[in-house]
Design a protein around this ligand. Structure first.
Ligand code: 2DT
Length: 212
């Protein structure tokens, strides 16, 4: 039964370095899917609207300090608190375009020196995306794009470590799109990849869970 209900939806994840353009591409994708007659929603992590999300937000803006393990678990908790809603949306036929997910959680926290497997552990059991798209940009190119903002992590040395961790996490199923191309080209490629995924999910596919 799950597979049948699952037949109308898909969830797609975008882990990336900062300033690769993922946030605007994600919202363009939602509009595109809607234009194709699909029900779609834009989600992002961290979801700063919850009380856990507010703790994360003040940490990111350097308003509060937290132990590296503690903030890692909060990022994870922020996904867990949305997990059942995520499942409900997917089961009722809405595709979710998710701006960052567990991959960012692992890539960023392990860039601080936390053990890679320890970082993966709390993500175990969250829904596995049907598609992961990596918008590829070098930390140097990303920094040239108007520079990094004032948030924690927006520093080139740190982003280099994050980029290395994404390489470790990346498997053959990830779609990699060159984020240095003109915005319209990136957009076209994403549309193709994503529509393809949404269509193939309509044929019916059971939920799977991290880390499969
Ligand atoms: P945005 O700039 O996309 O709002 O991200 N991050 C994100 C983590 O360290 N762990 C996580 O689990 C997630 C989802 C990446 C805010 C910053 O938060 C980092 C950049």
């Amino acid at each position: 039964a799950l597979a049948v209900q699952r037949s109308l939806n898909s969830q797609l994840k975008f882990p990336c370095l900062d300033r690769c353009g993922k946030t605007s591409q994600c919202s363009r994708l939602v509009s595109y899917l809607e234009g194709q007659g699909q029900s779609a929603e834009l989600w992002r992590f961290p979801d700063r609207s919850t009380s856990v999300g507010q703790m994360i937000s003040s940490y990111l803006s350097n308003t509060s300090q937290l132990d590296d393990h503690t903030i890692h678990l909060l990022f994870s908790a922020n996904r867990w608190e949305k997990r059942s809603l995520m499942e409900t949306k997917l089961k009722t036929g809405t595709s979710l375009i998710v701006d960052r997910y567990s991959y960012s959680g692992v890539a960023f926290s392990s860039a601080k020196g936390l053990d890679f497997e320890w970082c993966k552990a709390p993500e175990t059991g969250l829904l596995d995306p049907d598609l992961v798209v990596f918008l590829d940009i070098s930390p140097e190119k990303a920094a040239e794009r108007g520079g990094y903002g004032g948030e924690r992590y927006e520093q080139i040395e740190f982003q280099r470590k994050v980029a290395k961790n994404y390489e470790v996490l990346r498997d053959a199923s990830w779609k990699v799109v060159d984020a240095c191309q003109p915005i319209e080209d990136v957009e076209k490629q994403l549309q193709e990849i994503v529509l393809d995924c949404v269509m193939s999910c309509q044929k019916g596919k059971p939920f799977s869970h991290l880390w499969s």
